[in-house]
Design a protein around this ligand. Structure first.
Ligand code: PHB
Length: 550
């Protein structure tokens, strides 16, 4: 594809992607604009315009004076994962194998001369690292690498050689530690021989190449044409298995699963994207865009996010999904193709995202826990209301605080993460009980101790049941001095990806300072808005994986 640099729309998309890549590699996904200038080599003014645009799209947030990756960016990686069909079609088979073997199982895809994980089961023990969905590994340091290298063309070998020479410490792979000192990288001949052996045997080993103690065996998952589209790995630790033992223990079942995976992939046809992408807000004629807004960056990313249909999408389908004119959609697709984020089928008719899209923040963002997702929203709520806010989950008879942002004032209740309070006496607890299915709620009421904590604490199970039912229909709970004299608290639910109540957020108030009526009128709408934002972030984070709490 010849570069289209004459087109002035190319620059902003390319530069915007450079900014996202820098942030994706930064600790905590945050950088100050001056750091972005240094890391990307861009001047301050383009960095500011890119930041303005990405904040408008919801992909970045301003936090203090820094820019931070925001969960909506996950939709770019999701477009690739959905389009590939791998997590959807093969994920359940990987989980079943992990259960059968009682070991960790992952699926990886080739990404240029690297290996990128697209499914990770979470069974991890002992000291081994857990690579996350979206993380990339050097091909020569993991079990899937030689399986993929067996299919590499000469330009890919040349890229591999250039990369291994230019980056001897693997700094281009943020998920891995540098190779141990003194352990030379395999030369080209050695790595080619390893790839040829892997092809011949149909499996490949990692005997502590990536990390001391970590061993893995991988087998290819082939599509209908016999191409290796993915590698299925089983990972263990030398305290349980040597690399060879692991192979002897797992290989037969792995080959059987890989065969089933090949068949499952063949059934993934082409279809509509699983979720409607958000339209570029710059298409809204009423939207005030301002001179800082980089429309070609916004459009390019909107196109990338729209490419989630299994098997790729035609230009017309992309134009239809984004609301962009065909010529505009085409220009964005060609730019994304030139930058290595999009490919086409042999006929050039269907466009699909490439695994490299996962480099744009997917792994750090999708690994965020409930506590991490909630934190910025609680902080914004506290700066708005100047009252403390928390998020908690139900844990037996208690609520357990998962995250909390305290207002400056001294409160009578000292609460930290991990604090527990009896659920029946708190607004958080009532919201969480209201979210239980009726049978579980009844069972809870039968067993809970329901101790009085103040004169006002509700301790009668029938009255508490009625109050919890009311909470379910109102969608909030207001609890007045039942946990502690002088303390009033109001809570609303946060929902999980299936719509169930996953957690509750509250604001705690001084009874003397804020009346119940004021709490309903002023606090409740802001609390609901914050809970809605946390719920939206959970939906993205957990589109393909379960939510972690702490
Ligand atoms: C992993 O899934 O974490 C994994 C797989 C293969 C390796 C190393 C790690 O060689």
């Amino acid at each position: 594809m010849p570069p289209t640099t004459a087109d002035s729309s190319v620059g902003p998309l390319e530069r915007g992607i450079a900014v996202l890549r820098a942030l994706a590699r930064a600790p905590g996904g945050r950088l100050r604009p001056s750091e972005l200038v240094r890391l990307t080599g861009l001047a301050r003014s383009p960095v500011d315009r890119i930041a303005t645009t990405l904040v408008r799209l919801g992909y970045l947030r301003e936090e203090d004076r820094a820019l931070a990756l925001a969960p909506p960016l996950i939709e770019l990686g999701l477009a690739y994962l959905r389009s590939s069909g791998i997590p959807g079609a093969l994920g359940p088979l990987a989980t079943a194998l992990a259960d059968e073997l009682d070991e960790s199982v992952s699926l990886a895809v080739p990404d240029g001369d690297a290996v990128r994980f697209v499914v990770q089961t979470t069974r991890r023990r002992t000291l081994s690292v857990a690579f996350r969905t979206g993380d990339a590994l050097p091909a020569e340091r993991c079990a899937p690498g030689p399986l993929f290298a067996a299919d590499w063309d000469e330009p890919t070998y040349a890229d591999w050689l250039a990369r291994t020479r230019a980056d001897p410490y693997d700094t281009g792979f943020p998920a891995v530690l540098p190779p141990p000192a003194g352990e030379g990288r395999p030369g080209e001949a050695e790595f080619r021989a390893r790839a040829a052996r892997a092809r011949e045997r149909g499996w490949s080993l990692d005997d502590q190449l990536i990390e001391p103690g970590l061993v893995a065996v991988a087998v290819p998952v082939r599509d209908g044409d016999g191409r290796t589209v993915s590698a299925l790995s089983v990972v263990s630790h030398t305290s349980r298995h040597s690399a060879r033992d692991l192979r002897d223990h797992a290989l037969e079942r792995m080959l059987r699963t890989a065969g089933r995976m090949g068949q499952a992939l063949a059934r993934v046809g082409s279809g509509p994207p699983a979720a409607a992408p958000r339209h570029d807000r710059s298409l809204d004629p009423k939207q005030e865009l301002g001179p800082e807004y980089l429309q070609s960056l916004a459009r390019g990313l909107t196109v990338m996010a729209a490419l989630g249909a299994p098997g790729g999408m035609t230009l017309s389908a992309v134009a239809g999904a984004t609301g962009l004119p065909r010529a505009t959609a085409r220009r964005s697709l060609l730019t994304l193709q030139r930058l290595g984020y999009v490919t086409t089928d042999a006929g050039g008719h269907r466009f699909a995202p490439l695994p490299r899209v996962l480099d744009l923040g997917y792994s750090p963002l999708s690994a965020r826990s409930l506590a991490e997702l909630a934190q910025p929203h609680l902080a914004a709520l506290v700066s708005l209301l100047r009252e403390s806010a928390s998020i908690a989950v139900l844990d037996g008879e208690d609520v357990r605080y998962v995250a909390r942002v305290a207002a400056g004032r001294i409160m009578s209740v000292a609460v930290t993460v991990g604090t527990r309070f009896p659920a029946h006496a708190t607004s958080l607890g009532r919201v969480l009980l209201a979210g239980l299915p009726p049978e579980r709620r009844e069972e809870w009421m039968r067993h809970a101790a329901l101790k009085p904590l103040t004169d006002r604490t509700l301790t009668d199970p029938d009255r508490l049941t009625a109050v919890v039912e009311r909470t379910a229909s109102d969608g909030y709970a207001l609890v007045d001095q039942e946990l502690e004299e002088g303390l009033r608290s109001i809570a609303v639910p946060v929902h999980g990806p299936g719509g169930q109540v996953a957690a509750a957020v509250n604001v705690s108030l001084h009874a003397g300072r804020t009346s119940a009526e004021q709490a309903r009128e002023t606090v409740l709408p802001a609390l609901r808005a914050a809970a809605g934002r946390i719920t939206a972030d959970i939906a993205l984070t957990c589109a393909l994986q379960p939510l972690t709490i702490g």
